[in-house]
Design a protein around this ligand. Structure first.
Ligand code: NAD
Length: 293
């Protein structure tokens, strides 16, 4: 297939490269010259506008920073410019309302479209092991699935348009809250005089077990190797966790959902980000909880 890919940053760069590796012809566009050069090195054909990149393609993928940009790029330069009938896949993390609106406009203009946000960071984008949560009709999902499979290890149909974004922010609200719960627990365990490796050995086999503990332990030297063992560099940036928690709070408000733990996680990550820690992995919030304790 010929696939246009828009947004070749930390995530999109690796995703476009994996489409090339799977044998697709990839037309790449980004505002950044550096991102375009990297895409060219990875076998993409680069373009100087979205409109040129989407001409004559079978599919258009995007991995952009936020909902405003996604809405603008699709309204101004994709709809009416990509061939009618092309399948459109937005993989960015954006708000549910914008995702639904962009798809409604795309369908009205004669396209199939899915929202297909991802779980997994830059390493998973490069390795082609992302998990895609997909919102859209059954037909759109069936068309999107083989393309998304080239970039991920799991492609799951979450439901109708917007359901991919809804699943993504629900998952990440749970992740933010569970990471903070894990961090405060280890900070307290230390104060109570427990050896942290011993506590890990116990809790990881007891009912406190959770992903933030056993796959992403925030304590250096305990559990598997994680960003905590690398001074909280790399991994999933606090600024991105905060972005997702803000989207989750907006979504909660829109449906009148009571989310006290998610709301507290959003507050704590906002404080941590404001203190200049936006670039640190989100598990670094354990430092603040230890200080406060
Ligand atoms: P990034 O900032 O590295 O990349 C975004 C790219 O989009 C940049 O290269 C930028 O130049 C480009 N861009 C911006 N406006 C554009 C436009 N109008 N036309 C074309 N290109 C444009 O960000 P990222 O980390 O790759 O994240 C992208 C999306 O993936 C975000 O929605 C983010 O929330 C989501 N996400 C990121 C991660 C992660 O770990 N980084 C994980 C899951 C989801």
């Amino acid at each position: 297939m010929k696939i246009a890919f828009i947004g070749l940053g930390n995530m999109g760069g690796g995703m476009a490269a994996n489409l090339v590796k799977a044998g697709h012809a990839v037309n790449a566009f980004d505002l950044s010259g550096e991102a375009l050069s990297r895409a060219q090195e990875n076998g993409c054909v680069t373009f100087t506008s979205v409109r040129d990149a989407v001409a004559g393609v079978d599919a258009v993928g995007s991995m952009l920073p936020n909902g405003k940009i996604v809405a603008r790029v699709f309204a101004d330069d994709v709809l009416g410019h990509a061939p009618q009938g092309a399948i459109l896949l937005d993989c960015s993390t954006i708000d549910v309302g914008t995702a639904r609106q962009v798809t409604t406009d795309a369908v009205a203009a004669g396209y199939d479209m899915v929202d297909a946000p991802v779980s997994g960071g830059i390493a998973a984008a490069n390795a082609g092991t992302l998990t895609f949560m997909v919102g859209g009709t059954g037909t759109a999902f069936a068309r999107a699935e083989p393309i998304l499979s080239c970039m991920g290890k799991a492609v799951i149909h979450a439901g109708a348009s917007g359901a991919g974004q809804a699943a993504k922010i629900c998952n990440n609200m749970l992740l933010g809250a569970s990471m903070i719960a894990t961090c405060e627990t280890f900070a307290m365990a230390e104060k109570l005089g427990l050896d942290l490796q011993t506590f890990y050995d116990i809790s990881s086999k007891a009912s406190g077990q959770n992903w933030s503990m056993t796959s992403y332990c925030p304590v250096p030297g305990v559990g598997p190797t994680t960003p905590a063992d690398n001074a909280y560099q790399g991994g999933f940036a606090t600024a991105l966790m905060l972005k997702d928690l803000k989207l989750a709070m907006e979504a909660a408000q829109s449906v009148n959902a009571d989310v006290p733990m998610g709301a507290r996680a959003a507050e704590l990550y906002a404080q941590f980000d404001k203190a200049g820690n936006g670039g640190l992995d989100f598990s670094a919030i354990i430092q603040t909880l230890k200080d406060q304790a």
